[in-house]
Design a protein around this ligand. Sequence first.
Ligand code: SF4
Length: 251
Amino acid sequence: MKRRGQTRAERDQRRQQEDMNRTQCYHVSPKAMKRPKTAAERRQRVAAILEKLEVLFPAATCALHHKDAWQLLVATILSAQCTDQRVNKVTPGLFQKYPTIKDFAAVSQAELARDILSTGFYNNKAKSVIGAAKKILAGFGGKVPKTMEEMLTIPGAARKTANVVLGTAYGIASGVVVDTHVQRIAQRLDLSKQKDPAKIEQDLMKTVPPGKWILFSHRLIHFGRQVCQARKPRCVECTLNELCYAKDKTA
Ligand code: SF4
């Protein structure tokens, strides 16, 4: 009898501890989650997501170091398939060697490729940077333009790059930056069911108020790097857990 009593007590204690752990870790099973059904519920959920991201990353900004729109454009082109940290190691020397857009327009592709070797895909990137410098000099009086339409005529600048430059360098909300983090998290949080970045961006632009596009992009990218990581999302410590019913949510 004594042994049975002790066993039950131990079991109760263990269950109590498990309950506490569950509370501390915020975990809610995706199946147990109530999904929004009406437009009002969906709006409420999006507002809660935006609020939690704001609390997590109040002053999120672009991680690429730059002094002006041109430097940010170059850094963004170099950041394709490369980490921002790596780009930040390369750009100080690069901008010292080529201080103006004219310097970039005048350098040979082979030489620039050598300068940016460690960022990968250096031949294509060198071609884009030189092409962008020439286009900005010839078509925009040497200044990085301020509209999406004009940005998209610049070699190496698709919508993602244009949104980064317009949003961060000029504070112009032209859309939402959709990189791999934003792509993944938009799907996990059921903000878009699309796979194509352009379609995901359209969904996010409909869901998120325009005044929040710039910061929302930065916050989601930080969130993707630090919490909702690709292979091992840190769901147990994620403050968005109670709003998330992603299939690959971890317990
Ligand atoms: S880390 Fe990502 S997948 Fe996990 S609960 Fe948070 S938002 Fe959902």
